[in-house]
Design a protein around this ligand. Structure first.
Ligand code: FE2
Ligand code: FE2
Length: 305
């Protein structure tokens, strides 16, 4: 695998990212890789100016996200990235690639991102020693963030991170910064703006298109490369940023029985995803053999991305 590591293009948000911390409560976490150090920033810059600037950063992120994530946009992105014709690499190589992407984008980050991935995985492993599939899920759930990398098109942040939500039906009021959906082309489209839109009650989340980001992309990668991970793992990967479902219970009427079962595992997982920002240091070389064995168990040696 040969990939050039350039300074990634972070699109609309780049200028702000360097200095404006994103509140984890608002960006609901998954942003930990691309908008890191929220805690330390948060504690250092609590004066009025920084606070309002920060607010602007978050708002602008969601404004761009809510305006641009239309049914048609998602359809095109799934089609384009579903080709998986960009890079051939192993799961571990992708962990390392993500490391490079993030290190480049954040000079203040004080530990390699691979440690952060492993913190999630190791925390789960401690409490659920027998669920090896869940350990691996912890390691890989955010790998889709390579979409920020130039070799993946260097997508802007609003197309990679942040909360996800269904497109093709009405945007639920519980979605953060809901007001910006008024500028989304689907908002006034009668095909997409009713409670069920193009879907039907109990149709199953598998039939629902989610806003485009690292979650759905990593799901596509895992599925198309024929992972043997259980369906709960794929569910976690695909919906871990779907906070309006797992926090507010919105869109539950779209779920089928399998979704209900899988959601239980996602609730478990989320606690560790949140918690993984802790400063517990992980010795990468020490745990690497274990994770390589899991990768070998559940994935082919090389995957198409
Ligand atoms: Fe994530
Ligand atoms: Fe995460």
């Amino acid at each position: 695998m040969t990939i050039l590591i350039d300074q990634p293009q972070f699109g609309v948000h780049e200028a702000q990212e360097k200095k404006v911390p994103i509140d984890e409560k608002e960006l609901l976490l998954d942003g930990e890789f691309v908008m890191p150090n929220t805690n330390s920033f948060g504690h250092t810059f609590r004066d009025y100016d920084a606070e309002s600037e920060r607010q602007e950063g978050v708002e602008n992120f969601y404004r761009m996200n809510h305006i641009n994530q239309t049914y048609d946009f998602v359809r095109r992105m799934r089609e384009e990235y579903g080709k998986l014709n960009r890079v051939e690499m192993s799961i571990w190589e992708c962990c390392e690639l993500l490391n490079d992407v993030v290190d480049e984008s954040d000079p203040d980050l004080d530990e390699p991102q691979i440690e952060h991935l492993l913190q999630t995985a190791e925390a789960i492993r401690k409490d659920y020693p027998d669920e090896d599939w869940l350990h691996l899920t912890g390691l890989i759930h955010d790998l889709g963030k390579v979409l920020l990398h130039p070799s993946f098109g260097g997508l802007p942040q609003w197309a990679v991170v942040g909360d996800t939500f269904p497109v093709g039906c009405a945007f639920d009021e519980s979605i953060v910064h809901h007001k910006y959906f008024k500028e989304n082309a689907d908002y006034n489209n009668p095909a997409y703006n009713t409670k069920y839109g193009v879907y039907s009650e109990g149709c199953g989340l598998n039939n629902v298109m989610m806003s485009w980001g690292h979650d759905d992309y990593m799901y596509l990668v895992a599925k198309e490369n024929k992972t043997t991970l259980p369906s709960a793992a794929l569910f976690i990967i695909r919906y871990h940023s779907f906070y309006t479902l797992h926090r507010s219970g919105a869109y539950k009427n779209l779920m089928n029985e399998e979704d209900v079962e899988n959601l239980k595992w996602l609730q478990v997982f989320n606690k560790y995803d949140l918690y993984s920002k802790s400063k517990v240091r992980i010795d990468v070389e020490e745990v690497k053999p274990y994770y390589l064995s899991l990768i070998e168990k559940y994935f082919p040696a090389k995957l198409n991305w």
